[in-house]
Design a protein around this ligand. Structure first.
Ligand code: EPZ
Length: 418
């Protein structure tokens, strides 16, 4: 079982580049199922979840080949429409193959993804929306069985904004008869990136990035080429790493406007943050104050940055109240941070953090989910002595070589293979 050991106390300085966005690469990869032929995707991050997605595409009959950060996917006419439990249980986002396979082939059997550490992660909104477009949906023995001669355009209203639900319906609607209107659509940049690639393939999608998206059904799509947007969550994680250690860190190859909520909260806390077209710089700061955050759908404060920001608040002057409104169990990192000496009182959806600079002591901790593992590495940067983060496979799902990027900024961090 691999682990990462961080020795705290180093001030991070310098520039670091961001990889492509995991949460854009995954839906864009599944969207290739809508068009036979060869798709070329650039800036695809080297991540376990991308590998799992390529494995599923290959089980469906596709061929994938990686040259650096460019991935080519050869998509045949599928003869297998099943996403098996063994693959889906490793990566919940596999449910995103449901929309494209159903849209193109009129049938799909996809294992229910099941929950994960941060929540039950239901897909009821995905399935209700597909039924609205005319799909027959049954759930038997842990599998979703979907069928539809031809989906027909309609108005889909999501009672809560769902990133995956919006993405699944976007892909399902591209060949539907007539117009589909998605109301209360998720506005995340990754939804926009998916819509941009679908339009490059010949889809007729308007309004992505707003809460109302329209899709005019077309006869077919053709493969194309695309560059995945930068990963705003990795960018935010690296920015917080610099801020925590009181250094000056410039995060490059990112899109600053994707991080408006984090930047404004860090400024409110006392950090000087400057932005250029494709970079964000945090400037040295020794004292910052506790600020309250509530995670909400984009453009609000990203739930995927909640754990990382909590670490920053453990070192703040004063108290901060962190409210997690998206997932019901996304405080798994709290008890591990408390093992390092952080003063955090978790309730169901609210955690009160009493900041105390210099108060963390290195210790062995256990990663429980992707973003929690990132927060434990960040905590190690400012803990006295060594922090050993176990079960680091969680980190590899969503960060491309985070320890090397932190080392390039001066952090004392290494991976142990034992
Ligand atoms: C996506 O998950 C991301 N994953 C998550 O990132 C991210 O945290 C989340 O969006 C919110 O931004 C990918 O894009 C692969 P949702 P998704 O559907 O689509 C409830 C990471 O760390 N809901 O927007 O699964 C759900 O329980 C991961 O990179 C239903 O109730 O999230 C949650 O409370 C973690 N029924 C809320 O909606 C449904 O049918 C938002 O979930 C669907 C969702």
């Amino acid at each position: 079982m691999e682990s990462v050991v961080v020795r705290g106390g180093k001030v991070l300085e310098g520039e670091v580049s961001v990889s492509g966005a995991k949460n854009s690469a995954l839906p864009v990869l599944f969207s290739t199922l809508l068009a036979e032929g060869t798709h070329t995707l650039h800036n695809v991050p080297r991540l376990k979840d991308v590998e799992s997605t390529c494995q599923l595409l290959e089980l469906l009959g596709c061929k994938t080949q990686r040259e650096g950060t460019t991935l080519t996917i050869q998509v045949p006419t599928l003869s297998n429409f099943e996403a098996h439990y063994d693959v889906v249980r490793k990566m919940r986002a596999s449910i995103l193959c449901l929309g494209p396979i159903l849209a193109k082939y009129g049938q799909a059997q996809v294992s229910l993804p099941g929950g994960c550490a941060i929540g039950t992660r239901p897909i009821n909104l995905h399935l209700e929306a597909l039924k609205t477009l005319g799909a027959e949906i049954t759930v038997e023995k842990g599998y979703v069985h979907a069928s539809a001669k031809k989906l027909r355009g309609d108005t889909v209203l999501f009672e809560t904004a769902t990133v995956g639900g919006t993405e699944n319906i976007l892909m399902a609607a591209v060949f539907a008869e007539g117009k589909t209107i998605i109301e209360n659509a998720a506005k995340e940049p990754e939804v926009v990136d998916l819509a941009n690639y679908l339009n490059k393939m010949g889809a007729q999608i308007k309004g992505a990035g707003s809460s109302i998206i329209t899709v005019e059904g077309v006869e077919s799509l053709h493969p194309s080429e695309h560059t995945i947007i930068p990963d705003r969550i990795e960018a935010g994680t690296l920015l917080i790493a610099g801020a925590l250690t009181g250094g000056k860190v410039k995060v490059t190859d990112c899109i600053p406007e994707h991080l408006d909520a984090l930047i404004s909260k860090m400024r409110e806390s006392g950090f000087q943050i400057s932005t250029e077209e494709s970079s964000i710089t945090v400037h040295p700061c020794t004292v910052w104050k506790g600020v309250d955050i509530t995670t909400t759908p984009h453009p609000g404060f990203a739930t995927d940055l909640q754990a990382q920001f909590m670490v920053l608040m453990t070192q703040a002057k004063g108290t901060s109240v962190i409210t997690e409104s998206i997932f019901e169990n996304r405080f798994m990192h709290v008890q591990e941070l408390s093992r390092l000496g952080a003063d955090i009182t978790p309730k169901t959806r609210v955690a009160v953090v009493r900041g105390r600079k210099g108060g963390l002591e290195g210790a062995p901790v256990m990663a429980t989910d992707l973003r929690a593992s990132a927060s434990l590495v960040l905590a190690g940067l400012v803990a006295h002595g060594a922090t050993k983060v176990n079960r680091i496979y969680h980190l590899d799902r969503g960060y491309e070589n985070l320890e090397a990027k932190l080392r390039s900024l001066g952090a004392d961090v290494e991976r142990l293979h034992q």
